[in-house]
Design a protein around this ligand. Structure first.
Ligand SMILES: Cc1cc2nc3c(=O)[nH]c(=O)nc-3n(C[C@H](O)[C@H](O)[C@H](O)COP(=O)(O)O)c2cc1C
Length: 334
């Protein structure tokens, strides 16, 4: 890596313990032992997506990942998981060095429990006010993710979040920018704005080492940016977090699912928390059907707008090398 890029990434690499400050964002079903170890072995930073896994399954996944890499990697936990504290304990048992908390503000005691285990805690900050609050709660780093990203998304674009949050907080805590990143030039520009590094998901789905079904990968390679659309909320009472995915038959099925859950809510069969969990379980199942079974018609093809820049299957090392080379060239030219 060039001295200029190394200097801009220094805070990120120091925090992560990796060679480059590029995180492969956790992707449910995709970010398992093979992709995570491949990313970390190639000098990036891999994250296991715990998703809806039980503590027993997470235990096995961490052990299997450790068998494939001696480099640092982290675990992404969803704050809504009913066994969050048990999952933190599993990570602590394995000496996991970094935990990312995703999907809402961390519940009371979770940040403290992670810190007590010696691990670093990284949280998603959807807005400046929340970012400041998280910094006060003692998080070690933040991820700011814009609505261009694949999977669950917030309402604000990456470019706007970066302008709002980096100038205010980049000097206080390392910040990683995510959402819509497909090339190294934009990585260089976020680093120059004060980011410590970046997180990419969509670009890594078609890595040779990713276990995603060949048909899932083909759909990514074929797709253009405009095919990755955000889901529509059909009932204002049911605050469904939008999901960005490639449009297919499953997109329509989600509309029907929302109606079904809204009706259950009306009839008092479920409370709001249970209704939201029902929706999250739906996504986990739909994503599994597409990623693992290859049902690209009915399953969920979660993808970010950067999918238009995914043009072939290639090893993780090649993806990282290309991103680094593009960032270096951009810095030389500036
Ligand atoms: C297929 C897929 C599944 C994802 N699953 C998760 C997840 O389980 N937890 C999470 O925090 N983020 C998840 N994400 C978001 C990624 O970790 C990452 O932040 C995002 O992909 C970055 O934006 P990009 O897609 O534009 O690169 C997922 C993204 C994709 C494409």
């Amino acid at each position: 890596m060039s001295a200029a890029l190394g200097a801009l990434m220094a805070r990120g690499t120091a925090l992560l313990g990796s060679e480059v400050a590029i995180i492969c964002g956790a992707m449910s079903w995709v970010s398992e032992r093979n992709l995570v170890s491949a990313v970390s072995n190639a000098g990036g930073f891999g994250l296991i997506a715990c998703g809806a896994m039980t503590p027993e399954l997470l235990d096995k996944e961490i052990a299997a990942t450790k068998a494939l890499t001696s480099k640092p990697f982290g675990v992404n936990l969803i704050t809504m998981h009913p066994q969050l504290m048990d999952l933190i304990a599993v990570c602590a048992k394995h000496g996991v060095t970094h935990i990312v908390l995703a999907g809402g503000l961390p519940p009371k005691g979770s940040i403290e429990a992670i810190k007590a285990s010696g691990a670093k805690v990284i949280c998603f900050a959807p807005a400046l006010s929340l970012a400041k609050k998280l910094v006060r709660s003692g998080v070690d780093a933040l991820i700011i993710e814009g609505m261009e990203a694949g999977g669950h998304i917030g309402p604000v674009a990456t470019s706007v979040l970066a302008q709002e949050i980096l100038p205010e907080l980049a000097s206080e805590v390392p910040i990683f920018v995510a959402g819509g990143i497909g090339r190294g030039e934009v990585i260089a520009s976020y680093l120059k704005m004060g980011a410590a590094g970046v997180q990419l998901g969509t670009r890594f789905v078609c890595a040779t080492e990713s276990i995603a079904h060949p048909d899932f990968k083909k759909a990514f390679i074929r797709a253009n940016a405009r095919d990755a659309i955000a889901s529509v909320q059909i009932d204002p009472r049911l605050p469904v977090i939008p999901v960005r995915a490639l449009k297919n038959v499953g997109t329509e099925a989600f509309t029907a699912k929302q109606r079904e859950v809204a009706q259950m809510l009306d009839e008092g069969k479920v409370d709001m928390m249970a209704a939201q969990l029902e929706i999250e379980h739906y996504w986990a199942g739909a994503l599994r059907r597409a990623v693992i079974d290859g049902d690209v018609e009915n399953g969920s093809l979660m993808a970010g707008q950067s999918v238009g820049m995914v043009s072939r299957e290639e090893p993780v090392a090649a993806i990282l090398a290309e991103l680094v080379a593009q960032a270096e060239t951009a810095l030389e030219a500036s």
